[in-house]
Design a protein. Structure first.
Length: 440
């Protein structure tokens, strides 16, 4: 962890509003942002399908705020979208509407709409990023890639085209993070990871991640879009494992001998994870009609991966008390298009804390009233409890340095970022050392 600047007044917690939405390559409705991203309790939507009980990764509970003031409800808003590539009215290139024009104007339109929504309410953009539409490939490396010979001819030709032309613009996976202007945030970094078609050369699937620090706590927001279709759960598992591995290597402040992603104080993974419900469509519709969410979740592929500890077993998710968020008929509140796809909980928000931090979840909701896409947005309201000092990781080197120069140690304790050590030799106290931590 890199050193963060000191703050004049320490926070006991930071509240994070996390939102994922597969836009379905459709322009959002005029009121979608207001419904999906309320900025004060007086504007909170009461029509979302949700669970409001506060739970945490350590099974503790805490009541949610019910005040009706216009004070911002949250310190941070993180919005991850997928398939965000829609036509912007009036966008042309010298009178022509081209794919390149669509690519860049859609990104500008989406990011601009979010900025307009937030900045008049005391928030500033911390990061706004899109995965590249095509990944630049090193031709020499591609020629010697052991997997190249296994690619079909069309994919090899496509790979060569990518090698020649490189990235064409921003893709369809975007991540935006806005923070209160008064919140001091340091060490902001963003990366993108591709796991799409053509041997991961095309970024139709992948992730965008932003890491940052608040009061010495490392936070990462990871927006993912994994491979589709019911039989592809093993591919989803492999791609998610690869994403987490690449995220770990990206962290500039990771310990050389540690698994870097496990050291993030709060890792939030949101997105269209594309795990399906392993039931026949008529069974799914029956359980939706009877609101038997536990029965649906008993057959949810993601839950099964957790139970069998293939992946996700160290992540937490709030209880789901809302209908499947895919595949909805566009323009409808809760009708499903079952001609080709089974209704499923594709859109998810999970989180993982380090051993010395805890996170509460105050609400886990879907927004069925937003009807422009075949996916419904999903929101989780999280609260990361901030500790004055993180002993296990930040102080381990201090402990070892002191112990290496001390014959016998009767007590070591940390109080508010200060190491207090009392040493005894032969029953006689020889001194007390007080070292200020650089993380205080």
């Amino acid at each position: 962890m890199k050193q963060s600047s000191s703050v004049s007044s320490s926070l006991s917690s930071v509240r994070i509003y996390c939102c994922t939405w597969n836009v379905g390559n459709e322009s959002p409705g005029e009121t979608d942002l207001e419904q999906m991203l309320p900025l004060s309790s007086s504007t909170s939507s009461s029509t979302s399908s949700s669970t409001s009980s506060s739970t945490s990764s350590s099974n503790s509970s805490r009541p949610s705020s019910s005040s009706c003031s216009t004070t911002p409800l949250h310190d941070i808003y993180a919005i991850g979208v997928q398939e965000c590539q829609y036509a912007v009215e009036g966008a042309t290139d010298n009178g022509r509407s081209t794919s390149s024009t669509l690519t860049f104007t859609c990104e500008a339109h989406w990011f601009g709409a979010l900025a307009k929504h937030f900045e008049s309410h005391g928030f500033r953009p911390l990061a706004q990023a899109s995965i590249p539409d095509m990944v630049i490939v090193d031709e020499d490396k591609s020629d010697t890639d052991n997997t190249k010979d296994a690619l079909p001819l069309l994919e090899r030709q496509y790979s060569h085209a990518l090698t020649q032309h490189g990235a064409t613009g921003p893709g369809e996976i975007r991540l935006s993070i806005f923070v209160k202007c008064s919140l001091q945030v340091t060490n902001v970094r963003t990366t993108t990871i591709s796991c799409g078609r053509f041997n991961n050369l095309n970024s139709n699937k992948g992730a965008v991640a932003t890491l940052f620090s608040i009061q010495g706590h490392d936070i990462c927001i990871l927006n993912c879009h994994l491979n589709a279709h019911r039989p592809q759960w093993e591919r989803r598992n492999r791609d998610m494992t690869a994403i987490l591995r690449q995220l770990a290597t990206f962290r500039a402040d990771a310990d050389a001998d540690a698994d870097a992603d496990s050291e993030i104080d709060l890792l939030v993974c949101l997105g269209d994870l594309n795990y399906r419900v392993d039931l026949e469509i008529d069974q799914i519709l029956h359980f939706v009609q009877t609101k038997d969410w536990p029965m649906l979740l008993n057959h949810d592929q993601l839950k099964l991966q957790q139970t069998e500890q293939r992946i996700w077993h160290d992540f937490h998710e709030a209880p789901i008390h809302f209908p499947p968020t895919f595949k909805c008929t566009k323009g409808s509140v809760l009708d499903y298009d079952v001609r080709q796809r089974e209704p499923s909980y594709c859109d998810r928000i999970l989180w993982r804390c380090s051993n010395h931090t805890s996170c509460l979840v105050h609400r886990y909701v879907s927004f069925p009233q937003i009807t422009t896409s075949d996916h419904k947005p999903v929101v989780a309201e999280l609260e990361l409890m901030l500790q004055p000092c993180q002993e296990p990781r930040m102080m381990s080197r201090w402990y070892q340095t002191i112990l290496n120069h001390t014959a016998l140690t009767s007590r070591i304790e940390v109080r508010w970022g200060i190491i207090l050590m009392s040493c005894v030799t032969g029953g006689v106290a020889v001194g007390t050392a007080m070292l200020l931590s650089k993380y205080s």
